[in-house]
Design a binder for this molecule. Structure first.
Ligand code: AMP
Ligand code: MG
Length: 405
């Protein structure tokens, strides 16, 4: 039997960061940068107005006020995207919109709210400090600046910067393409009537959703019967489409479990017992040429979920080029008492009452208890060597509410 840490190391060693790809920036949200991003031009790239108003010379308006407004002829009009050929001289104004280049000769912009909005002549009711309402070229970013180094996680705010400094296609570590396949002759598509002895496939939906949440481009395949030949055919097909294959079911000690034999025929695989509850039977390996990694999860849905959180989320994050692979743990008070196998780590499903307090959910901790899993937003981690926890004790908790970025 391997410890959770030992098995996690084996799984992580079996996957690698994906090679970089050139991608349009519309598709890079959630990817890791595989290149440095330099500014092709300054930001702003020209002096421009931060307000709709009038470009003026501040010294013309020193005496302007509500009580004694000053009227100036308007000699031009500059919408955003255009520039004026005029040079502003003392005693003149040019109407200007937000984002338009400030004209030569102007040293400030007076907001439209301090004027009558005139188009031939403007009446101005306030003075202005020189430089006001002008966004200066390069005040944000200088041309040639390294704005984002390789290895940066790209979210929406980073994408905006990359676009602004002039890059439409960039090199990133792509999202791993993950094929999800549930195995078991008892499985039918949800929504169809169940004949006695059959169940709805829930694992493949769970695993596809959580794989997408953890930053993969995951897709679900229809469930496959416990039949080695069919399984081999489907897996061979996926080798050319996926960067990682995840299967559920068929890896325990059952007489009709075809996953082990199929994997061994297609490539290499290791099957282990891991000292955890739920989720003891685990397996991983690689199939195809070039070889792609494959990870098998136990069939019980709660086991599949816990195993995903424990092993596959870190593996996907490694493939994505991220450095932090695991969700953090924090301590909290457990409400409810719990027994735990002394030689295994137990991951008990719980729910936050407050950030510092969790309570157990569901009708026990069986690995089939999906009703309880759906109520859970925390996992209580009971380490090896502990066989019971009393209500009110401090425990280690994994917060599974949000996503790591
Ligand atoms: P196995 O790992 O194939 O021995 O399955 C263990 C338990 O999980 C059995 O009760 C299965 O019926 C159940 N199970 C297996 N696959 C799924 C699935 N895709 N969705 C829901 N339950 C499953
Ligand atoms: Mg089975």
């Amino acid at each position: 039997m391997l410890s959770v840490a030992e098995y996690l190391d084996l799984v992580l060693d079996s996957v690698s960061e994906l090679p970089p790809m050139e991608m349009p920036i519309s598709d890079v949200n959630g990817c890791v940068l595989a290149q440095d991003i330099y500014a092709r031009w300054p930001l702003p790239s020209f002096d421009n107005s931060s307000m709709d108003g009038y470009a003026v010379i501040a010294s013309d308006l020193v005496n302007a006020s509500e009580g004694s407004p000053i009227a100036l002829p308007v000699i031009d009009d500059i919408p955003a995207g255009f520039k004026s050929v005029e040079t502003l001289r003392s005693g003149q104004a040019i109407r200007i919109m937000t984002g338009a280049p400030t004209p030569a000769g102007a040293d400030s912009v007076i907001p439209i709210e301090s004027t009558d909005g005139g188009s031939e002549v403007v009446v101005i009711r306030a003075s202005v400090v020189p430089g006001s309402c002008i966004r200066r070229e390069g005040e944000d970013v200088k041309a040639g600046d390294l704005v984002l180094p390789q290895g940066t996680f790209i979210g929406p705010r980073q994408i905006a910067l990359i676009a602004a400094v002039g890059h439409g296609v960039i090199s990133v570590i792509p999202k791993p393409r993950v094929a999800v396949l549930a195995t078991g002759s008892e499985l039918v598509e949800p929504g169809t009537e169940l004949k006695f002895g059959l169940i709805s496939d829930s694992n493949s939906f769970l695993v596809t959703a959580i794989a997408n949440d953890s930053g993969a481009a995951a897709y679900r395949l229809p469930p496959v019967q416990d039949d080695e030949e069919t399984l081999i055919q489907i897996l061979e097909d996926q080798v050319h489409r996926a960067d990682l294959i995840i299967t559920t079911g068929g890896v325990s000690m059952g007489a009709y479990d075809p996953v082990k034999s199929a994997f061994l025929k297609l490539g290499t695989a290791q099957f282990h017992k891991v000292a955890m509850q739920p989720g003891m039977p685990q397996g991983f390996g690689s199939i195809g040429q070039p070889a792609i990694p494959i990870i098998t999860l136990p069939g019980n849905p709660v086991s599949a979920y816990i195993s995903f959180e424990t092993f596959i989320r870190p593996a996907i994050r490694k493939m994505r080029g991220l450095k932090q692979l695991q969700r953090p743990q924090h301590s909290a008070t457990l409400i409810g008492e719990l027994r735990s196998p002394i030689n295994k780590v137990q991951f008990a499903r719980a729910r936050y009452i407050t950030q510092g307090q969790v309570e157990l959910v569901g009708t026990g901790q069986g690995s089939h208890v999906l009703g309880g899993l759906a109520q859970a937003d925390a996992l209580v981690v009971i380490p090896v060597g502990v066989d019971s926890i009393a209500s009110g004790e401090q425990v280690e908790v994994i917060d599974v509410r949000g996503e790591l970025s």
